[in-house]
Design a protein around this ligand. Structure first.
Ligand SMILES: Nc1nc2c(c(=O)[nH]1)N[C@H]1C(S)=C(S)[C@@H](COP(=O)(O)O)O[C@H]1N2
Ligand SMILES: [Mo]
Length: 217
């Protein structure tokens, strides 16, 4: 989208704050390059399916993505509007809390920053609740949501994302355990304070950094 807002807009200030808060995220430890595989993980080459057991069937004709809560401009995107946004690609590794990791996943979709640019988070927005069409919820801090390689993906390895893996579109936040990457994403809700989602209310860690093995709260 074109950005014709003045340099001191709320959006710019918000971005500046994210930039400051992200200082240490993904930083290389002082001891040198970190291992690719987080502690306690093993590499798989297949792609396991994990969810609550419900697989919503959301045709793109009915698909909507809402961005609301503490935003200046609540947005509801239909499929045409979503796919008309600037497309981004990112390659990343999946780390599931159940201990499997899958390397080199090529995602295509819309960056979370692009989505936030549309809705313009209010200064008091500090956290995000993700809602899936299956009723699943999971929470992240806004700076984790806005990580440079985070996106709402509609394709994996160049093919449309399959329904079992969250198609037509799911969130991908590569630097957190995969339970944070909401499948069948329906709503992105900006909140003033971090609050537990489904698994976080059922014993999982509030943040879920694989490099710190933040598995259980
Ligand atoms: N909507 C929704 N998203 C979800 C889940 C879910 O049950 N519903 N499960 C989470 C968990 S626990 C994991 S490990 C990953 C699994 O994604 P996959 O089935 O594509 O491997 O999705 C996450 N996102
Ligand atoms: Mo999981």
């Amino acid at each position: 989208m074109t950005d014709d807002r003045p340099a001191d807009s709320k959006l710019t200030r918000t971005k500046r704050r994210w930039a400051e808060e992200r200082r240490f995220i993904g930083a290389t430890p002082a001891t040198g390059a970190r291992e690719r595989l987080p502690p306690g993980q093993h590499v798989v080459t297949d792609w396991p399916v994990l969810d609550l057991g419900r697989t919503p069937d959301v045709a793109t004709a009915r698909w909507r993505l809402e961005i609301g809560g503490l935003v200046e401009r609540p947005v509801t995107l239909d499929w045409a509007g979503f796919t008309a946004l600037a497309e981004t690609r990112s390659r990343s590794d999946i780390h599931c809390v159940t201990s499997w990791s899958r390397y080199d996943n090529d995602w295509t979709g819309v960056s979370t920053r692009e989505l936030l640019d549309l809705a313009v988070p209010r200064p008091e927005a500090h956290a995000v609740m993700l809602h899936g069409h299956d009723g699943y919820t999971t929470n992240v801090l806004i700076e984790d949501f806005a990580a440079p390689d985070a996106l709402v993906a509609h394709a994996w390895q160049g093919q449309p994302l399959s329904r079992e893996h969250g198609g037509p579109a799911r969130l991908i936040i590569p630097h957190l355990y995969f339970w944070k990457s909401a499948k069948w994403i329906a709503r992105i809700e900006l909140l003033g304070a971090d609050a537990p989602g489904f698994w976080e209310s059922n014993g999982y860690h509030l943040r879920g950094d694989p490099w710190k093995a933040e598995r259980y709260g």
